[in-house]
Ligand binder design. Structure first.
Ligand SMILES: [Fe+2]
Length: 253
């Protein structure tokens, strides 16, 4: 089943040129193209917690060591564990890539669909989150900088829009920079552990290339209720070289 992009979905992309685009409905996993942009290691078919690409204390002083330890070693680990337990109940899913499962949740058995959405989403989102940070951050240059300027007016305006999306997400969720199906850039936000891969579930469909976790578990120890301070601090550790790499990969999908 195909359905045209609605006006609401169009607006969710910030007016990005979506004319002619269609969303994929429930047609089986084979219709969802591979989107393996980030490492999602498996051992014996089971997902395993990917190691952080830096030490727990290396994002200091912006993100604190204890939060990183708990966030990675407890929260992310729990998403992986719960996802594996759910998938074990549905062996017919085999070694389906996580991107395909999330891209077509309607094809996942109803008995485990919510768990795959919440914990599979949690696994994917955190795996991406660790990848797009690095100690000291890196500089935004090249084609991604040009594309951001073209889409949002300037890098500063993009940051303002992204930070606003992160600030105004009520409760728990994520802010995203997304490569849309028409290969434009858009800022979006999703609740809980949803993400833009979830066709048929979220409005802002596309390939996420930058994500910011705004669950309180991501910042409460250091920042308490000051989400705005956490967001400001986080910009200092964004690994723009990695985001640029993901941007190029997303354009090739
Ligand atoms: Fe998190």
């Amino acid at each position: 089943m195909n359905r045209k992009v609605t006006r609401r979905q169009f607006l969710a992309f910030g007016g990005a040129a979506l004319a002619g685009a269609a969303l994929t409905g429930s047609r089986g996993f084979a219709d969802v193209g591979p989107r393996a942009l980030i490492p999602l290691p498996r051992e014996g078919g089971q997902f395993v917690l990917p190691p952080l690409p830096y030490a727990f204390d290396e994002l200091e002083p912006h993100l604190d060591t204890q939060t990183m330890q708990i966030h990675h070693g407890k929260h992310h680990a729990a998403y992986v564990k719960n996802l594996n337990e759910a998938l074990a109940k549905e062996p017919t899913l085999g070694n389906q890539p996580l991107e395909s499962l999330l891209g077509n949740l309607a094809a996942v058995s109803e008995t485990i669909r919510a768990t795959v959405r919440n914990h599979g989403g949690g696994h994917y989102n955190h795996a991406l989150f660790w990848e797009v940070m690095r100690p000291g951050g890196s500089t935004l240059t090249g084609p991604l900088a040009a594309a951001i300027t073209a889409s949002f007016g300037s890098v500063e305006k993009f940051k303002e829009q992204f930070s606003r999306a992160a600030m105004t997400r009520f409760g728990s969720g994520w802010a995203w920079l997304v490569v849309t199906p028409s290969r434009t850039l858009a800022v979006a936000s999703t609740p809980n552990q949803d993400n833009p891969l979830m066709t048929g579930v979220v409005e802002a469909i596309g390939t996420p290339i930058l994500g910011l976790d705004v669950w309180e578990h991501a910042y409460y120890l250091k920042f308490q209720n000051r989400r705005a301070d956490y967001i400001d601090a986080w910009w200092n550790v964004v690994h723009w070289d990695k985001v640029a790499e993901l941007y190029q990969a997303a354009l090739r999908l």
